[in-house]
Design a protein around this ligand. Sequence first.
Ligand code: ADP
Ligand code: ZN
Length: 435
Amino acid sequence: MFWDEGVETISRRELEKLQGERLRESVARAAQSPFYKKRFAEAGLAPERIKGLADLSRIPFTTKDDLRISYPYGMLAVPLREVVRMHASSGTTGTPTVIYHTAADIDGWAGLCARSIVAAGVGPDDVFQNMMSYGLFTGGLGLHYGAEKVGCLTIPAGPGNTARQIKFMQDFGTTAVHMTPSYALHVADCVREAGIDPAGLTLRVAFFGAEPYSAGTARKLEAMFGLTAINSYGLSEMNGPGVAFECSERTGMHLWEDHYIMEVVDPRTGGPAAEGEVGELVLTTLQRTAMPVLRYRTRDLTRVIPGEPCPCGRTHRRIDRIMGRTDDMLIIRGVNVFPSQVEHVLMGLPEVGNNYQIVLDRVGHLDRMTIRVELYGKLFHGELRELRDIQRKIEEALRAQLVLTPKVELVEPGTLPASMGKAVRVIDNRQAEDE
Ligand code: ADP
Ligand code: ZN
C-alpha cells in the first residue's frame, strides 16, 4: 500500500534530478531570511552559485546554535502574514529553538506523515490513539494531521492519565498507537497492574519514536502487547515526525528524500562518512517555505543501510536506528559510553523490568557510574542470594559491553520515575560535586 506511489517509488535518477532542482529553489528561498543572507555573505557564496547536488558541500553547515541565535525571527524566509504555525523543540539539551510553517508547509508535513503511516500498514480502518504530547512539541500534532489525512479515527489522547488511556484502548478498540518507547513500557506495567492481559488488547501497530531506544526494547514491547513496532524518526528542525519511518518490511527507516537531502558526516571533521559507516546525520529541507534549513547538523548518529533496495518497492534510502546523539555521549573515566549501549544490555536480560536510570557521581577525582535497575515483576521479593546473583549477572553483562564496571543497584518495579514523554535516563551529578 502506498500513499503517493509515484513519488515513493521514483527511480533514483529522477529523484536526484528532483533534489537538484529543489535544492536550488530551497537555497534561493533561504537567502531571503536575515540569517542565511548574512551566512551566505560571510561565506562569500552567492546563492545563485548553488546549481545542483554537486554544489551541496559548498553550503556551510547550520547548527542548533545558529537556530538559537536567530531567535525569534532570524530564520524566517517569508513575510509573517504567510506564517500559520510555530513549534519549538522540546529542549532536551539547552534552550528551545523555534520553527515556522506556512499553510503549504503544514500540508507538506501532513503528507509525509500520511505517507509514513500508510507505509507502516495503517489505514482508514484503524483506530489511532495518539499518545504523544500536543502543543509546541511536534510529536502530537504532526502525526495527528497525517492520520486524519489517511482517514484513521484519530484520538488526540496526548500522554499521561494512563488508566484512561487503557480504558480508551479497550472501549474504542484502538489498533494503532504513537508514543515514546519509555512511556510504552510504563503503560505495559500499568496494564499488568490492572490485571489486564496486554496481549488481549486490540493493538496491532505502534509507532515508537522521539527518543533513542534499543532493538531489544522494541522486541520486548512487541511481545508484551502482541503488536508490530515501527520506528519513527523526526526532529522539530525538520518538521517533526515523518522525516524517516519504517515500512512494514522493517528493514530500516525510509528517509523521504524528495523532501530532504541526507548526508552522513564524520562528526569531528564534517567530511563525508564512508559508505554504510555510522556518522552524524545532516539534513537539508527541500520543500519548506517559511523556514528552509540547509545542511542541518542533527547530532543524531546513524548510518545509511547499504545493499539491496527495500522489498516494499520504495526507492528512498533507509537509515539505521539512531545510536544516540553526539551530545549524549558520556565520558566516564575517559571511556566513551552511550546510554543506548546500557539499554541494549539491560533489555536483553529477562530479569530486568521496564525502567532504569544511569547516575554519575564523582568520588574524589574518580567518576562513579551507578545503574539503577528495576527488577522484573516478583523477583524483587526473592531470596537475597538470588538477588545478589542477578546483580552480578547484570554487572558482568555491562562490563563486557562497556569496558568499565558500573555499580548495579536493584530496585523494586515501579520505583523509578515513570516517563510520559522523552525519558530522562541520565543523572549526572559530577559537575555539582566539582564546585
Ligand atoms: P530536542 O529533543 O532536540 O529538544 P525534538 O523534540 O525535535 O528536540 O526531538 C528530536 C530528537 O529526538 C532527534 O534529534 C533525536 O535525537 C530524537 N529522536 C527522534 N526520533 C527518534 C528515534 N526514532 N530514535 C531515536 N531518537 C529519536
Ligand atoms: Zn520499505
